[in-house]
Design a protein around this ligand. Sequence first.
Ligand SMILES: *Cc1c(COP(=O)(O)O)cnc(C)c1O
Ligand code: SF4
Length: 350
Amino acid sequence: MAKTQTLRKPAQLRERGLLPAGPPGAIENVAARYAVAVPPALAALIDRGAPEDPIARQFVPHIRELETQPHELADPIGDDAHSPVPGIVHRYPDRVLLKLTQICAVYCRFCFRRETVGKPGALDRAALAAALDYIRSHAEIWEVILTGGDPLVLSARRLREVMKALAAIDHVKVIRIHTRVPVADPARVTAELVRAMKRKGKAVYVAVHVNHPRELSAAARAAVARIADAGIPLLSQSVLLAGVNDTAEVMRGLMRALVECRIKPYYLHHADLAPGTSHLRTDIETGQTLMRDVRGHVSGLCQPTYVLDIPGGHGKSPIGPNYLERTGSNGAAHYVVADFNGGKHDYPPR
Ligand SMILES: *Cc1c(COP(=O)(O)O)cnc(C)c1O
Ligand code: SF4
């Protein structure tokens, strides 16, 4: 039985060899501050012999999480500044986030919502009704993005209710589900759950959060295939993380593995300024160098857009690398464009 349990306490992580043996210590303070959950599917992927295992780094709490930098923010992407009613974040005109729950199947140590995930605060019936009213009364909302928390921790019945209510809104044409469940708890992706996601007349997309190729275990691949086989297109979101995927080899392998699973790489996120996560962040140049490498070595299908969510709620912007420069002056202006090998080529102004 113990083997199939989600590990939520440092003592359980010690018992399983995922934290060094010993008496309670500072790690207990980390667990008291930020939610911990390592589900069996992910615990099984951790190489206990490797102290810096990329799966462990993402999910096993670390004492460095107690080090908060002055520029780190409780609400790093500024959700609160754009929340007209509970559960809704309306930052861009044509799309909203709908946060149904704050629960996830796994708690990532770098989570941008780590101050809120894992805490009570699921939308109750009245709040959900108010959030749906908000969407209904804003005809400019073309797309609804279910996020949280993780919408796929909900029961199939509850998910179906929400999907039906959204599908009944004429101006909502696209429903996107952001999730880590296919990787964290692949068995949850049942035929019933997949049916609950599908809605006639609406385009439903699933965006899966994956950061290392090893997360795409046989079970995760099968879960993803159940979604793809139902005709639901899949996208990926990955977070650039130090010691997890900040090498060319891992990043190429990740993007290829995603495409092999019929998941189109969508975003590579620069890690947000969430509190206690500086040991997991890289600088932006590292990300740009990796993007150039991926562009130079693997298929065009494997290219995500590298984005930064600007602190304060200003939204996401692509942060390069840039292949085009405009140079020259006095009417002699022209372009210089870099090729995938880094060679530079002149191009006329028009
Ligand atoms: C990230 C985000 C979206 C989705 O952005 P896309 O670029 O469409 O993927 C929408 N709303 C908010 C508030 C977001 O943070
Ligand atoms: S699955 Fe997403 S929301 Fe949940 S802890 Fe990980 S990064 Fe945060």
